[in-house]
Design a protein around this ligand. Structure first.
Ligand code: HEC
Ligand code: HEC
Ligand code: HEC
Ligand code: HEC
Ligand code: HEC
Ligand code: HEC
Length: 421
């Protein structure tokens, strides 16, 4: 009997152990699924999709809650173009809904990969919704206690009351004095005051006669005025801090900051040529054909291009280019080349333009004076290692040393930016 109960105990223990292991394994498995899915989503999908809002493609959270046919979704994600070509009604419908924007084909993703992505998106969407439901609770504490407006109002009232009391006091004192004066009583205080006044005038006259002092005062005045006008003259035509209002409320804080779009995506020129260049509106349309289509600011882009969002057609006769207001502007007598600094010198945009990715509206961060250029040139060390530009210059110098033939082209004489503005 004892034996049987012992065996039974051991058996049940091992069953428990196995069950425990299976549960642990399953949860660990589910976790890695979502984590794997997240990695794939971040690498491959975030360029066009967000979980909670529409971007180039639909918001995937609501989409995948609504669409539960995982087999269809897997096919779509792996090769949406095949589905569209085969005239799958769901595929054709969404394709047309998005003006035939077209999604990338992800043939390299296995069924398991796609499953992981779908698991991640659904889990994250659930989390977002739960957080939203919780949000109002955490927001209430802010509403408690007096608002700052009330506090400032109270302070204002106190200050005004204080001032009124002071003024009233003064008025009462003056009235009292007038009354006493009328009665022929001259207060001691007043006599004292008269005396001080005559004394002061005498001292002032004495000081005026002191030539050294007068000279000193005039000297100080001249120096102050001189340095003031010197500084003002140096700063004429320096537009540091210049921040004009642009025709479209385009925000670098949002696009380059929050959305982390590379500067290069829009200012391609900075790496290749003299000018960083302002992007044409077609660059904006890569996204804004389908992002925020209802915004009046985005409609300014459509109007400028003669684009009709309803028909998705361009009419060039209606186009009228946007006039961005230029912020940075060197005088024509100075030559500044972006690629020399950004590409060859490897200087970050922010060194000269400041934290652009935090600016709602761009302003001129640096003074752009000659002193500014020269000071940086004196301080910045050039890094010649692994730099194609210097490799070519060094190679040319070697050739010159050896007495070999070197053309101006080898020294960069056929690069467009060396001759052209
Ligand atoms: C180049 C942009 C782009 C990328 C990258 C992209 N998509 Fe899409 N996606 C779209 C567009 C645009 C649509 C809307 C349909 C269309 O126009 O083809 C769409 C539609 C979808 C749909 C809806 C299908 C339906 O029938 O409703 C799903 C699901 C989807 N994408 C998932 C993904 C996943 C998952 C990834 C990453 C592995 C991904 N997409 C990457 C652009 C993209
Ligand atoms: C999505 C496109 C886009 C991206 C990304 C972008 N910019 Fe711009 N940038 C613009 C547009 C459009 C303007 C003109 C309107 C304005 O001044 O805001 C501009 C203007 C500027 C100006 C002022 C030009 C002048 O008139 O003197 C500077 C400087 C600048 N960008 C730097 C940057 C830097 C640095 C980054 C990366 C951190 C960056 N931009 C990323 C589109 C972009
Ligand atoms: C890579 C995609 C992308 C590009 C390129 C892009 N934008 Fe945007 N932009 C967005 C997204 C996404 C939002 C909306 C963010 C949100 O949900 O509020 C946005 C918002 C805006 C808004 C605010 C609209 C509003 O009413 O809130 C303006 C204005 C805007 N963009 C202008 C531009 C201009 C001008 C360009 C070209 C120089 C440009 N964008 C290029 C993705 C892009
Ligand atoms: C060494 C300092 C320096 C660096 C680094 C620099 N810029 Fe500039 N940037 C300038 C100056 C100076 C001007 C004014 C040029 C002019 O008026 O000819 C300017 C002008 C601009 C303009 C106005 C349009 C134009 O081409 O003149 C844009 C846009 C711009 N810069 C973007 C960028 C971006 C993006 C980067 C990084 C990739 C960058 N800059 C790096 C100094 C710099
Ligand atoms: C943030 C520092 C910095 C500022 C500001 C700066 N430069 Fe430069 N500049 C450099 C560096 C570093 C190089 C060397 C790049 C290289 O060739 O390796 C350089 C190179 C140059 C060259 C090429 C010199 C040559 O013969 O190779 C010119 C021209 C030039 N800068 C003009 C300007 C002008 C004009 C300004 C002001 C509007 C300016 N720079 C502001 C750092 C700066
Ligand atoms: C060695 C100096 C030099 C280089 C390098 C150079 N150019 Fe020129 N380019 C000139 C001169 C000088 C003119 C004016 C000739 C004339 O008016 O007959 C010119 C004229 C032009 C014109 C015609 C402008 C007009 O209004 O008629 C274009 C376009 C042009 N160049 C583009 C380029 C491009 C693109 C590159 C780089 C691949 C380049 N250039 C490299 C010196 C140069």
């Amino acid at each position: 009997m004892r034996n049987i109960s012992l065996i039974f105990k051991q058996f049940s223990r091992s069953v428990l152990l196995v069950a425990g292991l299976v549960v642990c394994g399953l949860t660990a498995h589910a976790q890695t699924d979502a984590a794997k899915g997240e990695a794939i989503f971040k690498a491959k999908c975030t360029a066009c999709h967000k979980i909670d809002t529409r971007m180039t493609g639909p918001a995937l959270g609501p989409k995948l809650t609504e669409e539960t046919d995982d087999a269809y979704l897997t096919k779509w994600i792996q090769n949406n173009q095949a589905l569209i070509a085969a005239k799958n009604p769901k595929a054709v419908k969404i394709f047309n809904e998005f003006n035939q924007a077209g999604m990338t084909v992800f043939a390299e993703l296995s069924d398991a990969d796609v499953g992981n992505v779908i698991t991640y998106i659904r889990a994250d969407w659930k989390k977002i919704q739960e957080d939203k439901a919780k949000a109002p609770v955490s927001a209430t504490p802010e509403d408690k206690g007096p608002s700052s407006l009330v506090i400032w109002g109270l302070l204002g009232v106190i200050v005004i009351a204080f001032v009124v009391i002071l003024v009233l006091n003064k008025v009462i004192a003056t009235l009292e004095r007038l009354l006493l004066n009328k009665q022929g009583i001259l207060l001691e205080e007043d006599a004292e005051e008269e005396k001080v006044k005559t004394d002061r005038a005498a001292t002032f006259k004495k000081l005026l006669k002191n030539k050294k002092l007068v000279f000193f005062v005039i000297l100080c005045g001249t120096i102050a005025m001189g340095s003031f006008s010197w500084v003002t003259m140096w700063n004429t035509n320096v537009h540091q801090g210049y921040q004009p209002v642009q025709p479209i409320k385009y925000s670098h804080e949002l696009h380059a900051g929050a959305m982390k779009i590379e500067c290069q995506y829009c200012h391609t020129g900075a790496f290749k040529s003299k000018n960083a260049s302002i992007p044409s509106l077609n660059v904006c349309m890569n996204c804004h054909k389908s992002v925020k289509t209802e915004s009046p600011e985005i409609h300014k882009i459509y109007d400028a291009l003669g684009y009709d969002p309803n028909t998705a057609k361009y009419d060039s006769t209606k186009a009228k280019p946007i006039q961005w207001v230029r912020i940075h502007n060197l005088p024509d007598l100075a030559y500044f080349n972006h690629s020399q600094h950004v590409k060859v010198g490897a200087i970050k945009c922010q060194t000269c333009h400041g934290p652009v990715e935090t600016m709602k509206e761009v302003y001129q961060y640096s003074p752009l004076t000659m002193k500014w250029c020269i000071q940086c040139h004196k301080r910045t060390e050039v890094n010649g290692k692994g730099n194609a530009y210097y490799d070519s210059i060094l190679a040319a110098h070697d050739k010159i040393k050896k007495g070999e033939k070197v053309t101006a082209a080898v020294l960069g004489g056929i690069e467009c930016a060396k001759c052209h503005y």
